[in-house]
Design a protein around this ligand. Sequence first.
Ligand code: ATP
Ligand code: MG
Length: 416
Amino acid sequence: DADVPRPVLDVIARLRELGHAAYLVGGCVRDSLRGVHPKDFDVATSALPEEVQRAFRKVIPTGIQHGTVTVLAGSTHVEVTTFRSEGDYHDGRRPSAVSFEKDIVKDLSRRDFTMNAMAWNPVGHELVDPFGGQEDLKARLVRCVGSAIERFSEDGLRPLRAVRFAAVLDFTLDPDTQAAIPATLPVFRKVAHERVREEFVKLLLSKRASFGLELLADTGLLDVFLPELARADAEAARLARTAAASAPADVEIRLAALLADLVEPQGAEEIGVRLKFPTKVIERVRLLVGLARLEAHVGDPDPSLRRLLAKAGLANIEALTAVARARVQARSPERLAEVEVLIGRLLALAASKPPLTSKDLALNGGAIMAALGVGPSPIVGEATRFLVEQVLDEPSLNAPEKLKELLGSWMKARGS
Ligand code: ATP
Ligand code: MG
């Protein structure tokens, strides 16, 4: 209670003064009861969206059709949503209609899990918990509100949310809830990939990512959106999960650690596209998957390590070493020491800022043309690539006079 920010309390108090019911609902109630500071505070009220708009000076009609109004209270944004019940779900994706309700219990009964279906009145200090959410929180159980089969058939995303919450909170699934997942997979198949990705990312970044991934496989969910992992043999899948879970909690790093030993870069790209990840994420994961096997470079001479840096790009070195370390820890811990030595060498080389691309050359395009005595022509590109190879072998050659000298002998050798 001490947790609830003043502006949120004020919003609830104001609605109550006007004779409406108003509560904190959902994740913030669950998290407060677990002793965790909530990340946001959602308010539910019997007031209609128009009434909420009239009750406050500054409001944004965020999602009026769904009954959500954002109240600006100082610098805080408070989402206020009118009690709702949902009509039929005809496609397993979204309700065909929502209707506004006056009763908090109606609103709570449309929610997914018992722990998410509690409401707290911070003015009167009253908890509304019609489905045994507190008890399930104590038992660390994810349990559907009502019939799991029905709830999963209404909205195919819910089974994935169940597994996501289990991974994030370190809970288990109530047996009936778990048993309903395989039975409702056809509904899960219809869910928009963006929604799947959002929940999957939360699972992947959770403390118990490995457990979550295993539960996804056991329930059949994984086969629907990540068959590459679902169909891997048991040991390969276990290693992939362990690698992902031991990597730093970053989407690109964990995805790459998960996929690097299961698919080629092209396969990683296909997965990214399928799950509608942003292009930037897809490109980075593709790159990381392609270069992840750093253990293959143990003992390589500096020039080949500089070529590796050039392929990765300096901006990706930290991520790449994190992926490699996680994979090696999971797959061949006995090689970790030598891989750490390699990583140390790579980081030291990177820190010395060696020339890696044509942009780093001490001669720019114009200077190269002048030295060759030519205008723009294909030979300039060839000469540039030659110089880049030279400085990758020996960075100290990256000085204007030395590069010009190299260009001179290159021209002679070509006989031009
Ligand atoms: P998090 O801390 O991860 O944000 P949350 O409980 O706030 O957890 P949200 O996805 O933000 O989760 O949803 C807010 C609330 O809305 C949930 O607590 C739940 O009561 C309800 N809810 C969200 N998605 C669904 C769904 N697909 N079906 C039923 N209820 C849902
Ligand atoms: Mg939330």
